[in-house]
Design a protein around this ligand. Structure first.
Ligand SMILES: Nc1ncnc2c1ncn2[C@@H]1O[C@H](COP(=O)(O)OP(=O)(O)OP(=O)(O)O)[C@@H](O)[C@H]1O
Length: 346
């Protein structure tokens, strides 16, 4: 089946300047996103995962041009987003919505829900004024709220209900893509499940595409078709959900997954504890960015940056950026050999 490419991100870079000195000149840059390329197909959910600070949110913001990207290309529905004029961008934004982690911070506390939804439709000019109240009642019901609650203010709702309002606002303009930036992270687990199920239902009903940004691998496992793993501004692995969860290739992905708690105490996991902290994105390590924390590091990793690639034992579309994917997989990497020898000796 030929899937339609809805979003194409190519060599995206987002460097934030650091100003200093008495003249406030740019003295350095935070390389928050550094040469990121991926495609999102219509109707799928692609998640971006990784530790705090790896560049997930920055990627989402750069795609929407909430921050102007430093370099690279973002193509949405065949249109080059980066070179659009402000007025054309405003029109295209109708099709690309974002839901944030904290719905309270993103909803104007002085507006009723009706005003909030009205404003979204007004800006995008999607529903004639005379039909807006009907549309608002319909939207409220769609997200599991009562139409009369539209005359209440955001503080009169619970966290889960507020997130439903955030979703209603995104849906009000009939978008194609919704970027969910830690959209359920602040909610209780049971409410999280409700909101995730709602998002899945809308995806089927309205043929929506999601770019789902989250640090929570449990949530990501539930919602994703494909997963992108980021480390220090770069993609280290990309693949469909099963490939990533059942057959992770990059040592960083293996470490992330090994840290997920297992409910059954009889199941023992080989937890990979990463040494040290994530280095600064101002001065990222040479070669492979993960080498300072990698249990398999050898000299080559310190100088040569690995490309994303697929090896024979990997499924089509599954790529990882590590020089030693095959050796680690087969247990022939010198670090795995050393570990085995230690085990045999003891
Ligand atoms: N406007 C900005 N100016 C300077 N640095 C920024 C800015 N926005 C983000 N950064 C830096 O860019 C890096 C990536 O941040 P980003 O928020 O994208 O990470 P993240 O993976 O989404 O993590 P989190 O889940 O904690 O938000 C971090 O080092 C952050 O401090």
């Amino acid at each position: 089946m030929n899937r339609k490419e809805l979003l194409k991100v190519e060599n995206l870079k987002q460097y934030f300047p650091i100003k200093g000195g008495i003249f406030g000149r740019t003295i350095n840059h935070v390389k928050a996103v550094d040469d990121v390329t991926f495609t999102v197909y219509e109707g799928e959910t692609v998640s971006i995962v990784g530790e705090s600070g790896c560049g997930k949110s920055t990627t989402g913001r750069a795609i929407l041009r909430l921050d102007e990207p430093t370099d690279g290309k973002v193509e949405f529905n065949g249109e080059d987003i980066v070179s659009l004029s402000k007025s054309k961008l405003r029109r295209t934004r109708k099709d690309m919505q974002i839901i944030f982690q904290d719905p309270y911070a993103s909803l104007n506390p002085r507006q009723t829900v009706r005003q909030i939804l009205n404003e979204a439709m007004e800006i995008q000019n999607v529903v004639p004024r005379s039909e807006r109240n009907d549309r608002i009642a319909e939207l409220m019901e769609t997200v599991g709220l009562k139409p009369f609650q539209a005359d209440r203010f955001p503080h009169e709702f619970s966290g889960g209900q507020r997130q439903r309002i955030g979703i209603a606002r995104a849906l009000s303009v009939d978008p194609k893509l919704i970027i969910c930036d830690e959209a359920v992270s602040a909610l209780d687990v049971s409410i999280q499940a409700q909101v995730l199920n709602l998002l899945k239902k809308f995806q089927r009903e309205f043929n929506l595409t999601y770019l789902f940004i989250s640090h929570d691998l449990g949530v990501v496992r539930h919602i994703s078709d494909r997963i992108i793993v980021m480390y220090l501004g770069k993609i280290v692995e990309i693949g469909d959900k099963d490939s990533i969860f059942k057959n992770p290739q990059h040592p960083y992905t293996k470490a992330l997954l090994s840290a997920i708690p297992v409910p059954d105490p009889d199941i023992k996991k080989n937890r990979i504890i990463l040494k040290g902290d994530v280095p600064s994105p101002i001065d990222p390590p040479e070669g492979c960015r993960f080498h300072t924390r990698c249990p398999f590091v050898v000299d080559k990793c310190r100088s040569v940056s690995p490309e994303l690639e697929t090896r024979n034992h990997m499924k089509k579309g599954h790529q990882a950026a590590c020089h030693f994917i095959e050796e680690i997989h087969s247990g022939e990497h010198e670090a795995t050999r050393d570990l085995r020898n230690v085990r045999q000796e003891s």
